[in-house]
Design a binder for this molecule. Structure first.
Ligand code: NAD
Ligand code: DAU
Length: 352
């Protein structure tokens, strides 16, 4: 019976991971530690809140007393660190919190896991592992061609990606210096249920349903490599359980799309299935994001060859599942966009 400490398990990917793991395994325990920032939402976890193998603790990953108490209460086997400030645009406006949570928070988790797991010089209790959930943004931007491999030099552009890179370097340092059992996964853009509507895909859906302008940065030709969130969860499960210690694994499904292509696809679907009044007239090209990375594209050869991971959900199916999830869960969207979201939106985009 393995015990997972999942941090940030009330956010978009974290809550999908908790749900995925508890559905797949009846013989694991998950301790979900989340500060419940604007991005964390316990509504996502309603279906498991009474599961006896699931425990929730509201805490900051940077709070050493709180994290130590969790390690004292539970015999933690795996740490899977999702907790982060995750939005590039917010990091451009206010970088400090990104360093506090993403860098210092990670360092705190590493220190406590090391202290609790170490039994002798460079010797750790059997079967322990720390997995850092990282991002392809640590590699910076690609031009028109090429892919990120695990050997691509780290070259982050935004304060967000710089903080994630710093965290990766600390995790690697704990492997090199202290031989701490670790893995790092670097995934491309996720999409799916519970995605907070500050991010492109849920923001498009939200604005369409409210007949609001859809802000497209620059010319809309930036490329992202989209992966259905469940496929990311599957990759993390495989890396925790089978990944070679000390290794980095890139995760992505070769699904590159320009932003404008995504915008038009969602408009077309909603126009046909929800409201014929949703048209491309909503598209509004706005000032570009500062330091906007042109293109991300992952080469997943290593995780495919070593662990047998492959994405299961085709984009054409995943995007329909996602849009339908938002159509069926408009209460969820209404809850997360009430209050603070309105202030955030007008700060970022004006009153439109
Ligand atoms: P998210 O913003 O939706 O969720 C982050 C979660 O972390 C929230 O529940 C929040 O409450 C929690 N949190 C924030 N600060 C905390 C703190 N100090 N202590 C404890 N909890 C805290 O983010 P997401 O999109 O689900 O991303 C999860 C992880 O995956 C992040 O580390 C991100 O860098 C990484 N990632 C995301 C993507 C993507 O496309 N979304 C792709 C690759 C990697
Ligand atoms: O690649 C992985 C990363 O993907 C993760 O590490 C980040 O946590 C996650 O937020 C995501 O970062 P992006 O910056 O790629 O995602 P976002 O949804 O913010 O933007 C996607 C693209 O859409 C990007 O080129 C910017 C553009 N965009 C975004 C918003 C919010 C717009 O054109 N208009 C918008 O309003």
């Amino acid at each position: 019976m393995k015990t997972y400490l999942v941090t940030g398990g009330a956010g978009f990917i974290g809550s999908n991971f908790v749900l995925y793991m508890l559905k797949k395994y009846s013989d694991i325990t998950i301790v979900n530690v989340d500060l419940l920032t604007y991005a964390g939402n316990l509504e996502n976890l309603k279906s498991v809140e009474n599961n006896e193998n699931y425990h929730f603790v509201q805490a900051d990953i940077g709070d050493s007393k709180a994290i130590q108490a969790i390690f004292d209460q539970y015999d933690i086997d795996y740490v899977v660190n999702f907790a982060a400030e995750s939005h590039v645009d917010r990091s451009i406006k206010d970088p400090e919190i990104f360093v506090k949570t993403n860098v210092l928070g990670t360092l705190n988790l590493l220190n406590i896991a090391k202290e609790k797991w170490l039994v002798g010089d460079d010797l750790y209790k059997e079967g322990k592992k720390y997995l850092q959930v990282s991002t392809d943004e640590v590699y910076g931007s690609l031009g028109e061609t090429g892919y990120f491999t695990e050997k691509t030099p780290l070259d982050p552009s935004s304060p967000y990606s710089a903080s994630k890179t710093s965290a990766d370097l600390l995790v690697k340092a704990y492997w090199e210096t202290y031989k701490m059992p670790i893995n790092i996964t670097r995934c491309s853009n996720n999409y799916g249920p519970y995605h907070f509507p500050e991010k492109l895909i849920p923001l498009i859906i939200h604005n369409c349903l409210h007949h609001k302008e859809i802000p497209v940065y620059g010319n809309g030709e930036n490329v992202r490599d989209w992966l259905f969130v469940e496929d990311h969860c599957k990759a993390i499960d495989m890396v925790v359980n089978q990944g070679r210690l000390g290794e980095v694994y890139n995760v992505g499904g070769h699904n590159e799309r320009t932003n404008i292509e995504i915008v038009k696809l969602i408009i077309a679907y909603l126009q046909e299935h929800a409201d014929s009044g949703i048209t491309e007239d909503l598209i509004t090209f706005v000032k570009d994001r500062k330091g906007h990375d042109l293109r991300y594209a992952i080469d997943p050869t290593k995780i495919t060859n070593e662990l047998g991971w492959e994405p299961e959900t085709k984009f054409e199916d995943g995007i329909v599942r996602t849009i339908n999830w938002y159509l069926e869960n408009q209460d969820w969207m209404n809850h997360v966009t009430s209050g603070a979201y309105k202030a955030y939106y007008s700060k970022m985009y004006g009153q439109k």
